[in-house]
Every structure is written in structure tokens, then in C-alpha cells.
Design a protein around this ligand. Structure first.
Ligand code: DX5
Ligand code: ZN
Length: 218
């Protein structure tokens, strides 16, 4: 099995010192920087837009993993691509034309991801599986950091792994990843783990490398 990659979510960063918070996870050994975009419509919270993505782009060489929790997503795909996103993930539930949206992301030259909420079956992705580079299983209801991992997500991760088969698609999990849940999640087949509160807890940059390493060790 390939080593798991860790994608700290800046949702739990101290936004008054966002630059420093990103440099600290970069130097702390993160693999991706996960950016949670929320619109107050698809999810009950509002976070950041392309302006912030372009502002943080120069701070790290690591891929920016941009998770769009917005509906509709299509009108903003080009803006996030131009802002410097490397991976753009949209929700399967966010619009009626998932196939078209994924094509739009790839047309921008970016990696296309699709996320599914806890209630959405993996089988919803059966007919677009060749159109994605990343499959994100949400292990909490999207909108907020710091929620508990939903155990049923382990079943979905195994199903997603089976659906992916030998394709070069990363299986990502987002929500409630901690050193305590990471081992089981890895066994279920996740390639990339998003971790917000378990990396940024306390907002002390001196601790981030250790927190990332703790998840990796687990
Ligand atoms: C939830 C976001 C997550 C969130 C994870 O809507 O998509 O990326 O930041 O936070 P934790 O790791 O605290 O569950
Ligand atoms: Zn996320």
C-alpha cells in the first residue's frame, strides 16, 4: 500500500494569521493544502473565495486541494482554476450535470474531484468514475470543522476503493480524521486524509509538524 498523504484543512487555521498558518503546515510536512469553500447555501456556513486562494497560492509549492461546497459550482470553476487550485472537487449533490461540471474542471487543466455527502451512495459515481482524478468520501456532514467521524464512512471507503479498482484515482476522506481514527481509515483504503481540527488545534504553529506526524504514524 502506498503511503497515505495528509491534507490539513485551513478551515481550522487562525485566519488573522493565515499566511503563517499555511507556511507552518508546509514546513510541517503536509502533502496537500486543503481549502474549504462554502457558500451558505449548499452548506450552512460561509468561508472563502478565489481571492483568498490566489493570495495563498504563492505561499506553498504543495498542491492546493480546493473543496467546493457550493451550488451551483460551474460558474466558479474557472475562477478557482485561475486563482491557482491544483485539484478542484465538487459535490455530486451540488448540481444536476455532474459529468459536465467534471469536464469543465479538466478543461481548465486541473485535477477533477467529486465529493459525496454521508447520505449519498458510492454507486452515484459509477458512471463518471473515468472522469475523475479524486473521489472524496465525506465522513461528516460538510459545513464545519471539529465534528466526529461517521463510522459508516468506512463501509463507503471500501465500496469506493472497489469502484476505483486499478484506476489512478485518489481516494480522499474528509471529516473527523484524528490519530485515533486514522488507522481504521487507512485500512479502509484512503489515500489522502483531510485533517482540520486535529492539525490546527490550539493554533500553535510549533505543534503542526508533530500533529501531522501523529496522523501519519497512526
Ligand atoms: C467540513 C470540511 C472539512 C473540515 C474537516 O465541511 O470539508 O475539510 O475542515 O475538519 P475536521 O478535520 O476538524 O473534521
Ligand atoms: Zn473539506
Amino acid at each position: 500500500q502506498r503511503p497515505v498523504r495528509i491534507a490539513p484543512s485551513i478551515l481550522s487555521a487562525d485566519f488573522a494569521r493565515l499566511g503563517e498558518e499555511i507556511r507552518a503546515i508546509d514546513e510541517g510536512g503536509c502533502d496537500y493544502v486543503h481549502v474549504d469553500v462554502m457558500d451558505g447555501h449548499f452548506v450552512p456556513n460561509i468561508t472563502i473565495g478565489p481571492l483568498i486562494v490566489s493570495a495563498i497560492r504563492p505561499l506553498t509549492q504543495k498542491p492546493l486541494d480546493v473543496h467546493l461546497m457550493i451550488a451551483p459550482a460551474d460558474p466558479y470553476i474557472a475562477a478557482f482554476a485561475k486563482a491557482g487550485a491544483d485539484i478542484i472537487t465538487i459535490h455530486a449533490e451540488a448540481g444536476p450535470h455532474l459529468h459536465r461540471s467534471l469536464q469543465a474542471i479538466r478543461a481548465e487543466g486541473k485535477k477533477a474531484g467529486v465529493a459525496i455527502n454521508p447520505a449519498t451512495p458510492v454507486s452515484a459515481l459509477a458512471h463518471i468514475i473515468d472522469d475523475i482524478d479524486l473521489l472524496l468520501v465525506m465522513s461528516v456532514n460538510p459545513g464545519f470543522g471539529g465534528q466526529s467521524f461517521i463510522p459508516e464512512s468506512l463501509v463507503k471507503l471500501r465500496q469506493a476503493k472497489a469502484l476505483i479498482g486499478g484506476r489512478p484515482i485518489d481516494l480522499e476522506v474528509d471529516g473527523g480524521v484524528t490519530p485515533d481514527t486514522a488507522a481504521e481509515i487507512a485500512r479502509a483504503g484512503a489515500d489522502v486524509m483531510v485533517a482540520g481540527s486535529s492539525v490546527y488545534a490550539g493554533n500553535d504553529p510549533a505543534t503542526y509538524a508533530g500533529r501531522i506526524a501523529a496522523i501519519r504514524r497512526a
